[in-house]
Design a protein around this ligand. Structure first.
Ligand SMILES: [Zn+2]
Length: 142
């Protein structure tokens, strides 16, 4: 594997060829980090799964507003929370979006993870196919 660059972490490197990478958001909140899972499933299908934690933050108490404004807007906040909870309760879902902010180094980290993770995933896919072929040959001989 190439030398690691800044702003990328190889969190786990499993025996089956699955690799788990983490790219930090530039705002430094670890909840915004991008998780990349390169894996080959039990049918031999390779895939990259990208995840990021999403939260409902419509004017949470922990905003940067001064305390008197937070208290003053209590009713507005509660109405937004009530509306969101009603959507979940009656529609069954609440859609949200979240962003991740990447600096140039973050983008380079993402590129690195994509390149190296893909290499490992392709190897895992090839070894999966070879293993299945060997199993089929063994069955034929028996
Ligand atoms: Zn962030």
């Amino acid at each position: 594997m190439a030398k690691l660059v800044k702003k990328v972490m190889l969190v786990a490197d499993y025996e089956d060829g699955t690799t788990f990478w983490r790219i930090p958001c530039d705002c430094s909140d670890p909840d915004h980090d991008v998780h990349l899972w390169f894996e080959v499933d039990e049918d031999g299908i390779p895939a990259l799964r990208i995840t990021r934690e999403l939260g409902f933050y419509a004017e949470s108490w922990y905003s940067s507003d001064p305390w008197f404004e937070r208290v003053g807007h209590w009713k507005d906040r509660m109405i937004k929370r009530f509306k969101a909870s009603m959507k979940i309760l009656f529609k069954g879902y609440l859609t949200m979006d979240g962003e991740v902010c990447l600096s140039k180094e973050g983008i380079e980290g993402l590129q690195f993870a994509l390149t190296e993770g893909t290499k490992v995933m392709v190897k895992a896919e090839e070894s999966f196919a070879a293993k299945r072929k060997a199993e089929a040959e063994a069955k034929k001989d028996a």
